[in-house]
Ligand binder design. Sequence first.
Ligand code: C2E
Ligand code: MG
Ligand code: MG
Length: 642
Amino acid sequence: MSGTPEGPHSATVAAPGTVRPPVTERHTLGRTAAELRDYGAAFRAAHLAMAVLDREGLVISANDALAALLGIEPAALSAQAAADLVDLESDPRSWHAYREVLDSRRSRFRCTRRLKHSSGHALWAEITVSPVPESPTVLLSIADISDRRELQARLRHLQMHDPVTRLPNRTLFFERLASALEASAQVKGASYVEGGPYVEGASHPDGAGPGDSTDTGSSPGTGDGGTGRIGLCYLDLDGFKAVNDTLGHRTGDRLLAAVASRLTECADHDGYTRSGGHLVARLGGDEFAILVEDSTGTEQLADLARSVLSALQRPFDLAGQRLSVSASIGVVERSTAGTTPTGLMQAADTTLYWAKADGKARWTLFDPERNAHRMTRQALTSSLRPAIERDEFVLQYQPLVGMADGIVGGVEALVRWNHPQFGTLAPNRFIGIAEEDGSIVQLGRWVLRTACRQARQWQKDHPRVRPLFVSVNVAVRQVWDSDLVADVAEILAETGLAPQLLQLELTESAVMGSAGRPLQALQALSDMGVRIAIDDFGTGYSNLAYLSRLPVSVLKLDGSFVRGFRYDEGVHPSPADETIVEAMVQLAHRLGLTVTAECVETSGQAARLQRIGCDTGQGWLFSRPVAPERIAEMIAVSPLEA
Ligand code: C2E
Ligand code: MG
Ligand code: MG
């Protein structure tokens, strides 16, 4: 391979590894004039937009496709700097790589660019520049990849958005969160530049590198002038499940979409930011998040949370249905330094939990001190399941006493946890956790079995006394997530306890809106002969008419009603309460239900409850919850011992 280098630039010494062959005159000379004419015609008529450039990067000739692509007359293209035509100078890295090809120090350069047609519309172009073999010229070709880009963008949009609310989904949310935290942690410019150059064979062969996304963008404040802080409102609708269960998924979906648009409004009208709205995402179910990049402090987040709560307060009109919802919001605001997505989300999750626990329909700010206590909660959560196996739970029993005759007819089983580390724990400390992580199913089964076995044992030990019934609390999740009916049947058979001696306490919310399974379960249990009681009645829907249509036979009036009866402690009684309770008892009786009053602490309360017509009482006046041996002693002295 020998020959005379031609053209001003061919004298440049090729860098090691470049593949451009030495140009020889021999080849061009070997072509006939007809051949050259054909090549020229083919070049001009080709569908791919192309231009032949000299080593200065000036257009020698351009084809019609290129002229059409840019909307410029073919003649006007000649002698133009190609770099201007396709905007290569704006990005230093592209410019450098392009120069290297012109100087024969690189075999090929390709990049993606957003170009403007002379008529104004934009298009996505894949630009390739490479030397023409055996010629001093360089070929520039431009493929219009707008359709491909649009398809990619659309696919990405689908992958990143929730179809119900059209909001960004969990994936996009976490991507944005990660990039917001990363951007502030990294030195600017270290990441991939959109449309940047790459050498053939590099890692993004189709030009769709990680930076090619069109809809995630990076945070507006990733560069200079960012606050270095980040905030999050993590939101969960209160009682959404009930809407879904009672009104159906279509209404549920409509509600979610309506909520989404109110959230977006709030995020867009945050008075603190100059640069438009914050990312609002649906993280799943009825959970939403508003991400505030470059937050200015907790005040901004607090204002946002307040505006969200008030926006949701207006009732929703959904295809003729008027619905009201509320939401609980966990608010976290902190410096981005040292913050990880996981850390931020955990804090938000905990804070949301506090908002719920504090009574819902509110926002709560993350509190590091309160978080320290959460450790115990975590410790409890992790030791709950093993504790069931290790037999760390015990039952106490509290007498249920006839108001008219003072006779103990039954007992309520109340679970306690003898924790090796924390001592004896009341159910309020762990039942909620057990419900959340599902271990309530296993624990509930243990309680049921132990209580039934105990009731049967008392019966055996005191054959001549009227047997006590045992009342067992059943958590919502036991009705939904386990086969309660089968469990009860099995345990009754195994222990030999008569179904009439078992009462199950469910809360109102567990049986309301129960079009499907729970209702069937209640009916099946009732058919078996098991009694159903509604626990803590009066704290929920208090829909007596509805309840009376269910196979429910007992109402357990919540302790808060009885508390209004404290005559003898110098506290003024609340006549309103008394009137309400009296009406409730009368109505319950008319509907065929018996009434048990909880938390009877004084004889004054007992007297009033008896006058009002309550059938049964439970409370410290009669007995605290006690060990089974104590109940056995009570039975032994029972007047019914014949
Ligand atoms: P509950 O079913 O309403 O039980 C009555 C609660 O009131 C018991 O609290 C009892 O100790 C308390 N109490 C009884 N008499 C009085 C009184 O005169 N004054 C006052 N101030 N309180 C009184 P405990 O044992 O802490 O149980 C709390 C709740 O935990 C129960 O409320 C029940 O909802 C739940 N629970 C208890 N055991 C179980 C169980 O085995 N399974 C499930 N799922 N929940 C349980
Ligand atoms: Mg109870
Ligand atoms: Mg109760």
